[in-house]
Design a protein around this ligand. Structure first.
Ligand SMILES: NC(=O)c1ccc[n+]([C@@H]2O[C@H](COP(=O)([O-])OP(=O)(O)OC[C@H]3O[C@@H](n4cnc5c(N)ncnc54)[C@H](OP(=O)(O)O)[C@@H]3O)[C@@H](O)[C@H]2O)c1
Length: 283
């Protein structure tokens, strides 16, 4: 299958290139090939590349920057996603668009389901990504939107990379937030399930695609150090101790009800996915 991956130099796209590229012809495109805010440019590129499937990873992903650059965030994450969707519809290409848990408010006391209303996003990033989801569904009704969260993968940048960098022996204690809950998710795990979804073109709508099991950032950090055999002391702390321009959601957990309904295998448990990633990255 000929697959175009937008945001082709980004963290998730690089893993997709390596993994899906074994069976498929994967063409990465990034801002150098076409800025997704340029509808005509995206149309021309897709008309030339003639993809059967587009996996849309391009986004403005720096959540704090999005607060300061609201217009740009909406241009890229909302209009850009809409442009990609319209170009897919025009080319009759299937669209798999990557989204985020930030589309929710993060205030619910249980994992979010696909059927939960995506409203009340607290950040410009989340609001712009939700607007992007709506543009995708409007411009390409057969599109599949996969929501992911707490992502790490080869090359980073990610929380895993940050923790390993900070644990350089110079810090007796590392304070890590213990009141945000999410599903740490490996790009390798996402790629594995996207490979399965490529074989199921009838699946559309919204699908949650994070690793199974949940953790706080503190618990995630502890597991990283345990698996790496690093004796770094970690101290739990509250989000309030690290004020950021974009408020972080206390609850990022996503329920994978639809994956089960569709008869697809569960996503790997996050501990196993992290172990696999760390083993690969040290080999
Ligand atoms: N990382 C996470 O924790 C996380 C969590 C949930 C959901 N997601 C979603 O997963 C997807 C992939 O995330 P990622 O972490 O792999 O992202 P990433 O590493 O930041 O990659 C995004 C890519 O998109 C490119 N891009 C930005 N603006 C563009 C434009 N106007 N036109 C074309 N390309 C543009 C970026 O280029 P520059 O680097 O030059 O800007 C970058 O190469 C995104 O949709 C993101 O919203 C990520």
């Amino acid at each position: 299958m000929r697959i175009v991956v937008t945001g082709g130099r980004g963290m998730l796209a690089r893993t997709l290139l390596r993994t899906l590229g074994i069976r498929h012809e994967v063409v990465p495109v990034d801002v150098q090939e076409a800025d997704i805010t340029d509808a005509a440019g995206v149309n021309e590129l897709f008309a030339r590349l003639r993809p059967e499937t587009v996996i849309h990873c391009a986004a403005m992903t720096q959540v704090d920057d999005c607060e300061a650059k609201r217009d740009l965030a909406f241009r890229v994450n909302a209009e850009g996603a809409g442009n990609v969707a319209a170009a897919c519809e025009r080319q009759q290409a299937r669209l798999i668009s990557i989204s985020t848990d930030y589309v929710f408010s993060g205030k619910l006391d249980r994992p979010y389901r696909e059927s939960d209303p995506a409203e009340g996003a607290q950040t410009v990033y989340g609001q712009s990504k939700r607007a992007g989801e709506l543009q995708v569904l409007a411009n390409c009704p057969g599109a599949l939107i996969c929501r992911i969260s707490w992502l790490y993968g080869p090359g980073g940048p990610s929380f895993v990379h940050t923790m390993l960098r900070l644990a350089d022996g110079s810090r007796p204690l590392l304070k890590v937030v213990n009141d945000q809950h999410g599903n740490p998710t490996s790009t390798l795990a996402v790629a594995g399930h996207l490979a399965l979804l490529l074989e199921r073109p009838e699946i559309d709508g919204i699908l949650h695609l994070t690793c199974e099991g949940d953790a706080t950032w503190y618990e995630f950090a502890q597991e990283i150090f345990r698996l790496k055999g690093i004796s770094q002391a970690v101290v739990p702390c509250a989000t309030a101790e690290f004020p950021r321009p974009a408020p972080r959601p206390p609850n990022s957990r996503l329920e994978k009800a639809r994956l089960r309904e569709l008869g697809l295998p569960p996503m790997p448990d996050w501990h196993a996915a992290l172990k696999q990633f760390l083993a690969l990255s040290s080999s």
